[in-house]
Design a protein around this ligand. Sequence first.
Ligand SMILES: Cc1cc2nc3c(=O)[nH]c(=O)nc-3n(C[C@H](O)[C@H](O)[C@H](O)COP(=O)(O)OP(=O)(O)OC[C@H]3O[C@@H](n4cnc5c(N)ncnc54)[C@H](O)[C@@H]3O)c2cc1C
Ligand code: FES
Length: 266
Amino acid sequence: MRPVAAELTEIDNRTSVGHSLWLTPRSGWEEQPEPGQFVMVSLPHPPTGFGQEVCDAVPMSVAGWEPGRLRLTVKNLGPTSAALLACKPSDMLAVTGPLGRGFSLKATQPLLMGGGVGAPPLLFLAQRLAAQGMEPVTLLGGATDDEIFHCDEFPGTVEIATDDGSAGHHGYVTDLLDNHNPDVLYSCGPEPMLVKGLEWALANDVRAELCLERYMACGVGLCGVCTIDSKLVCQDGPVLGSEQLEHSMEFGKVVREAGGIVRHTA
Ligand SMILES: Cc1cc2nc3c(=O)[nH]c(=O)nc-3n(C[C@H](O)[C@H](O)[C@H](O)COP(=O)(O)OP(=O)(O)OC[C@H]3O[C@@H](n4cnc5c(N)ncnc54)[C@H](O)[C@@H]3O)c2cc1C
Ligand code: FES
């Protein structure tokens, strides 16, 4: 799969920590993305002032899709995301994808739980579930009110939790799980939140589908940096089911960073 040139045509959903980019891929983009899939996005001509640290390409979840238009929501974390956020309408980017395996959409009472920049793929999922006649319930968490993306755009019911109490429940988004009785928990966000989500799902006999945002370099199965146990998150995931993670030796415990350096988190 090759990178396709894509014009930045619109910016929306601004918060103090990021915003959405609508991209119009030129010819060569063939597939319609599924919720949970991602693209590798790169800046052929990065804006100046972001140093040598700008990556060749970074993974970004698909936040939305309309015929011919792709939405990504970017949070300012480091040099590459900052350079993406500095792009202006009519700038040209390059996207490769859609990549990876997405969410299954097989639920009757779906519960979605997103933390921080885990919200964008869940928005795309919620819109698909609603289009199939379901009423998704979504739990969104963030450090502050302003770090919760897409809050007003989710179809169905939305509950909020913030670490500082600036909106909704004062505490972790996982605190809200016990009020619900879904058949599938769909989740994306920081790995400690996903670990708690999986523990809750296993304890309550609920199937979980978790979208892992692990460090990726190539995005297409070549470099191995995204390995978790014997799986490649970029190809076998990024969405993995509870049955694939419940006995994992690495989920929530070990991450690989740039160059494959292993860091123990628990
Ligand atoms: C499948 C997938 C989907 C993703 N979807 C989105 C998305 O929709 N929107 C978005 O803004 N970001 C998303 N990310 C994360 C995004 O790719 C990273 O934010 C980006 O690589 C950071 O690059 P940087 O050069 O700006 O920062 P870096 O200098 O690389 O990192 C800055 C900080 O962010 C942390 N970081 C780096 N990579 C990640 C990561 N994968 N997850 C969490 N923290 C990270 C680093 O530890 C460091 O503290 C996704 C990642 C994956 C694997
Ligand atoms: S990111 Fe290179 S193999 Fe997955």
